[in-house]
Design a protein around this ligand. Structure first.
Ligand code: GLA
Length: 701
């Protein structure tokens, strides 16, 4: 038995490996936790955690290890499953053959000579602190086989983790959290819509008190996420976390000498939720987001969707653009309805040419006006989809995903194109490339409003190939991943895009749940955060402009409402918050995010620290049971340093009257980090729908 370790700055993984070992855990992860001292005796660590055999267990008690499989008593889900092409199960018996250990990377190679299969699983600790895990293999036999399932990650969960938070959701209600015990039921989640979907099963948190392990499948297709608890049969109490791509029903054929693999899982371990978010954000910024270091300031958007819907015309759009510019907007995004015969959502997807009815002079006059107003121009597209009523369907009725001879059910009146077909991708590339070449388009909102059914092999790869080709041809164009809101958000799409649309729901109260949930994994600069209309079209709720605008500052800010329908006072309030966002985006989009706790469950607060500055958002959504809510305690400050604390104006109209010392808050109170973190700030938060921004500046020592 050999013991070896992988180290990051803050964590250590210890593995026990036995070459040629049997299937009782020949490769195991013994330890995942805070960084161990250099000289730690790993064999002693193994002994300290080893157990003997209990009654009614197999004679060699099975350990799932990092490549769990059946056949020796382990009753959970195997790491991989295979069948012959004609459908007989292959009872694989993988033995650990060899491994490579190179500082922060471990690759373990297993083989089953009889079944003619080789598999490898790789664990790599990255500089950001995350661990990236992936599995792959090869069919060495003389016949094709069918792979049904391959987990990228198989992690024996350290015993101290007793609970997990899973995410679920619906359209306009993404990332709802449920927290439950790991044992005895574990978890089984599988998506089948051809994208991560609103179900959120591609994100997971495991809890050991405050300590949290986060896991994410970096893939824009379907996922299979499981926690298997060993509480039957051998009952050694171990639970295994498995995550990987969900293959379409029936699996995938692997020819002789063919390889198989899948997307990686990204794991992060941290002492608490803030530190976990910070680790994921570091990883995104350093290794995922395209050319992140070269990004300029995230421009304030105005999107036409909730202002005009499908009622588009050149004069109406120019009027909207002029209004937008007067508020300080920097990018004007023309949403759905600009192309072909698309006057509502029943038609024309696939026909990506500018509608001569809506724009008799093309898009140029609008784009020129947008530029003259000092903004750049963005455009909505939904390339992977096709309307049955479209020139594209009439020309190529079989380019959509379908089963020959079966019905072709629609969703939002549309079908999905088969992106595994090169000619479909070529058509889309040519159409989008022409749009981008013929117009000065700085930004694409790339939508995807239908689940993929029937299921489609190669669709996600086709989507990536199309996106990669377009990005190579138009490297300056920024792209947003939207899928009816947050239906396709993952680190796979984020290696190719610059922001995501977290939800179609712009209601600020809903956003106070949705943005903190996404920001557990994603930094604020990629989270589109728009001021919507009041009443909100989805919830019907009316909220003050002050509240809506303050909430929207914490993200990539935009406006998705018609300024012409706002009062002068609302416009002034909105413009003031856009100015605040511009002053603070450097901090919000490069800084360190802190989740702040408050005893009142109706209070939500977040804070970002960066160099000598920090900005905090504190929001109340229900009537406080007491006149004076508990002071808000901050985080992430230097205890001994002094900070000037101000409340940037405009102040919330109702609550401002309760400020005891308005002048003090305007000029700035000088307080130590220790006082701010330990004692906090008593903000007037008695009323529902009140939000404050708190600005901090560290004074020179
Ligand atoms: C989807 C998007 C919306 C909007 C509409 C347009 O629902 O999520 O933001 O772009 O499509 O049809």
């Amino acid at each position: 038995m050999e013991y070896l370790r992988l180290d990051g700055d803050a964590l250590t993984l210890v593995f026990a490996l036995e070459a040629g070992g049997s299937k009782h855990g020949a490769a195991d992860c013994l330890y995942l936790g805070a960084r161990l001292p250099e000289g730690e005796d790993l064999a002693a660590l193994a002994q300290a955690t080893a157990r003997g055999r209990h009654e009614n267990q197999p004679d060699v008690p099975p350990r799932p290890g990092i490549w769990p499989q059946h056949g020796a008593g382990w009753q959970g889900h195997p790491a991989a499953s295979f069948r012959s092409v004609t459908g007989e199960a292959i009872a694989a018996d993988f033995r650990l053959k060899s491994w490579e250990h190179d500082g922060s990377v471990l690759s373990c190679h297993f083989s089953d000579a009889r079944a003619g299969l080789e598999v490898s699983t790789r664990w790599a600790v990255q500089d950001s602190g995350v661990v990236v895990c992936a599995s792959e293999g090869r069919n060495m036999g003389g016949e094709a086989i069918r792979i049904e399932h391959l987990a990228a990650l198989n992690l024996p969960i350290p015993h101290r983790f007793g609970e997990f938070t899973a995410f679920s959701g619906r359209w306009a209600g993404e990332m709802q959290e449920t927290r439950q015990a790991i044992a005895p039921n574990g978890l089984a989640r599988r998506s089948a819509g051809g994208k991560p979907g609103f179900g959120g099963g591609n994100w997971l948190l495991l809890h050991a008190g405050d300590e949290t392990l986060g896991a994410h499948l970096a893939w824009s297709g379907d996922h299979d996420t499981r926690i298997t608890c060993d509480n039957a049969g051998s009952a050694n109490g171990r639970a295994v976390l498995q995550m990987g791509e969900a293959l379409p029903e029936g699996g995938a054929i692997v020819p002789p000498e063919g390889t198989f693999g899948g997307p990686p899982v990204v794991l992060a371990l941290a002492p608490d939720l803030s530190a976990l978010a910070q680790t994921f954000h570091r990883h995104l910024r350093e290794s995922v987001l395209p050319e992140r270091a070269q990004w300029g300031p995230r421009k304030v958007h105005l999107n036409s969707w909730e202002a005009l819907g499908f009622n588009l015309s050149e004069p109406a759009l120019i009027a909207l653009a002029e209004d937008a510019a007067s508020l300080g907007i920097e990018r004007f995004v023309l949403d759905d309805g600009w192309f072909a015969g698309r006057r509502d959502d029943t038609t024309s997807l696939g026909d990506w040419f500018v509608s001569p009815d809506v724009f008799p002079n093309g898009l140029a006059p609008l784009i020129d006006r947008v530029h003259a107003l000092g903004m750049d121009f963005g455009l909505w597209v939904e390339p992977e989809m096709v309307s049955p009523d479209s020139d594209l369907t009439r020309a190529h009725p079989d380019w959509c995903l379908h089963i020959e001879g079966r019905e072709r059910p629609t969703m939002r009146g549309q079908l999905a194109l088969d992106l595994a077909q090169p000619e479909v991708r070529d058509y889309l590339f040519a159409a989008l490339d022409a749009l981008l070449r013929d117009h000065a388009i700085a930004y694409l909102k790339w939508d995807h409003n239908r689940d993929l059914f029937p299921s489609a092999a190669g669709q996600t790869e086709g989507f990536y190939a199309l996106l990669d080709a377009l990005r190579a041809a138009h490297p300056k164009v920024e792209i947003e991943s939207c899928s009816s809101g947050g239906g396709r958000i993952d680190f796979g799409v984020l290696t190719r895009t610059h922001r995501v649309w977290p939800s179609d729901n712009n209601d600020a109260i809903e956003r106070l749940r949705i943005i903190p949930a996404w920001s557990q994994f994603l930094p604020l600069e990629v989270l589109g955060s728009h001021v919507g209309p009041s009443p909100n079209p989805i919830t019907g709720r009316r909220l003050s402009m002050d509240f809506r605008a303050k909430i929207a500052v914490f993200g990539h800010m935009g406006v998705e409402a018609d300024p012409a329908r706002m009062s002068d006072n609302e416009r002034a309030t909105l413009a003031a918050h856009i100015a605040l966002y511009k002053a603070w985006r450097g901090v919000l989009h490069s800084g360190v995010l802190w989740r702040l706790a408050h005893p009142d469950p109706a209070v939500t607060a977040m804070m970002v620290t960066h160099a000598e500055k920090a900005l905090t958002l504190v929001a109340q959504t229900a009537l406080s049971p007491v006149f004076d809510t508990a002071p808000m305690r901050l985080a992430g400050l230097e205890p001994q340093a002094l900070y000037r604390v101000t409340l940037p104006e405009p102040w919330p109209p109702k609550a401002r009257h309760y400020l005891a010392n308005p002048e003090g808050w305007r000029d700035g109170l000088i307080l130590s980090g220790a006082a701010l973190m330990g004692h906090g700030l008593a903000l007037p938060l008695t009323h529902p729908e009140t939000a404050w921004l708190v600005a901090l500046e560290r004074l020179p020592q």
